[in-house]
Design a protein around this ligand. Structure first.
Ligand code: ADP
Ligand code: MG
Length: 535
């Protein structure tokens, strides 16, 4: 026997890449994803047109949306998509920033790997840099409260920049801030952002209450109820077959009559209980029988049925009503209030507006826009604005944008690297350089000499002009704080966290084993360059 016979531990057909080769490929794939969204960064960022497999078109500038819509198969590239998702979940904005910084961190680590610096050393340096970066960010941020309307509106406007809602930015920003202030809050579910094609972006409105995609169920019910007293019922106003005597055998017409009368009496009884609670509007999570609808209408109660559970919860928060799960239990103390409940036809579809609630803990914003694509992008802009304002109010800290915070962070990280020394210093410096990708990309988007802008920007910061950044529209440097480009601190801290964690994870991998049965390519399938996927 030949003692050097190889031992196979993996099934035949398994693809395997190891060592530097694995790292290089993973880094390349991740970088590619980052490069793809990079051009969308900032107010002059370009849009992407995404066409899915059934031909639906999305036009967007939103990093999270882009990465959500395109199909990515490479495992390392998928980790970048995760970065965007985390950023979106945690903050709702800053997805492009997080992804672009991740890409740049990986690019810098590749250079370090080429200098034969071990991945563990890079990872250690990146970790130190991350901890320091969070500390620095915390230090250079400024405090705000929920009463700083002016700053909050600037945050909303900065968040909406470049998302195709420029024309109505001022009014949309005001609505976003008003909404957050009304619910006083932190919970993003408390602000429902609905969109309806038609009208123009200026028709976007804040409803101090809720708008639901339902109609008043019966033609004889009032479509506009002032001083609404609202009941929320999570029970059917129907007579289930099991509740009536299923055994009765109808042998003559009087029995049928009795049967119908019994059913109608039960429904009448249910309606009486609802009416006795003192309500004039009923939102029912389940069905309402035709006859019950008729009785309700006669008693002057307007009703909607099959209301979504999530909307019922919002109705409760907005009106102060309790959701009651049995008609028997419905009482006067469960009733909520709204100044007006009305059914309105918006773009050909009925919607119910519950307005003028006193101190609502849940509100709605109905976003309007002339075409489907306009209204879609306007809604995304509004999502970002509301979440930006919320996270600024929640953490109570803001920073100036336009790349100013990143330049300052980079400068301070370099100072810190000096104090560390050794090989980690190289990694920390690489981290510092990577962060500069944000001002660099913004500078590039101006169409002016980006290197020139960046050099001047660094020297402004050396001079102590710590709020200086890139005025992308004018293509010059300016004090971003004075220019009103303000962002919540959380966007930046979360981006740094996700970016360093993701790059760490990718750097740690030195072996990629792809089994034959995965969705990967068949072993020995397509020759290289023929569209086959190579991990
Ligand atoms: P992200 O998905 O990361 O939020 P955006 O496309 O929204 O990406 O771009 C955000 C970047 O654009 C931030 O660095 C922000 O400071 C910058 N920015 C926003 N508005 C302006 C402006 N008017 N001038 C300069 N930079 C801006
Ligand atoms: Mg943004």
């Amino acid at each position: 026997m030949n003692g050097t016979q190889p031992i196979f531990i993996l099934p035949e057909g398994t693809l395997r890449t190891t060592g530097r080769d694995a790292q290089t490929k993973n880094i390349a794939a991740a970088k590619e994803v980052a490069d793809n969204v990079r051009t969308t960064l900032g107010p002059k960022g370009m849009d992407k047109m995404l066409v899915d497999s059934i031909g639906d078109v999305t036009i967007t500038n939103d990093g999270a949306t882009i990465l959500n819509e395109i199909e990515i198969v490479h495992p390392a590239a998928k980790m970048i998509v995760e970065v965007a998702k985390t950023q979106d979940d945690e903050v709702g904005d800053g997805t492009t920033t997080a992804v672009v910084v991740t890409g740049e961190l990986l690019k810098k680590s590749e250079q370090l790997l080429e200098q034969n610096i071990h991945p563990t050393m890079i990872i250690r340096g990146f970790r130190q840099a991350k901890i320091k970066a969070l500390e620095i960010l915390q230090k250079i941020s400024e405090d705000i409260t929920i009463d700083d309307t002016d700053t909050l509106e600037k945050i909303a406007m900065t968040a909406m920049t470049g998302k195709g809602s420029e024309a109505a930015k001022d009014s949309l920003a005001k609505l976003a801030v008003q909404a957050v202030k009304t619910v006083g809050g932190r919970n993003r579910d408390d602000i429902k952002i609905e969109k309806k094609q038609g009208g123009s972006m200026d028709d976007t409105e804040l409803i101090k209450g809720i708008v639901i995609d339902k109609e008043i169920v019966h033609a004889n019910m009032s479509k506009s109820v002032k001083n609404a007293k609202i009941a929320l019922l999570d029970a059917a106003m129907e007579v289930k077959e099991t509740e009536t005597n299923a055994e009765i055998r109808i042998t003559d017409p009087t029995q049928l009559q009795a049967f119908i009368e019994q059913e109608s009496r039960m429904l009448k009884d249910m309606v009486k209980k609802v009416v006795d609670s003192g309500c004039n509007v009923l939102f029912c999570q389940k069905g309402i029988d035709d006859l019950a609808q008729h009785y309700l209408a006669k008693q002057g109660v307007s009703a909607a049925r099959r209301v979504k559970k999530s909307d019922m919860e919002k109705l409760a928060k907005a009106t102060g009503a309790n959701v009651v799960s049995s008609i028997e239990e419905l009482s006067k103390t469960d009733i909520g209030e709204a100044g007006l409940v009305e059914e309105v036809k918006i773009a050909g579809e009925e919607m119910i507006f519950v307005r003028e609630c006193k101190d609502p803990k849940s509100v709605s914003i109905l976003v309007r826009g002339g075409t489907e694509h306009v209204v879609d992008e306007a809604k995304r802009a509004m999502d970002d604005a509301v979440l930006g304002v919320m996270s600024a109010a929640e953490i109570g800290k803001v920073v100036s944008g336009g790349g100013s915070i990143e330049i300052e962070l980079s400068r301070k990280l370099r100072e810190y690297a000096e104090t560390v020394g050794g090989r980690e210093q190289l990694a920390i410096n690489a981290f510092a350089e990577a962060v500069e990708i944000i001002p660099r990309t913004l500078a590039e988007s101006t169409g002016k000499d980006a290197i020139d802008l960046l050099v001047n920007l660094r020297s402004q910061h050396e001079k102590g002009n710590t709020n200086y950044g890139v005025d992308v529209i004018k293509g010059e440097l300016t004090d971003m704080k004075k220019a009103g480009v303000v962002e919540p601190l959380k966007i930046k801290t979360q981006a740094i966290k996700s970016a360093s964690e993701a790059s760490e994870m990718i750097l740690r991998i030195d072996d990629v084993i792809t089994s034959k049965t995965s969705s990967g390519p068949p072993a020995g399938g397509m020759p290289p360059g023929m569209g086959g996927m190579e991990y």
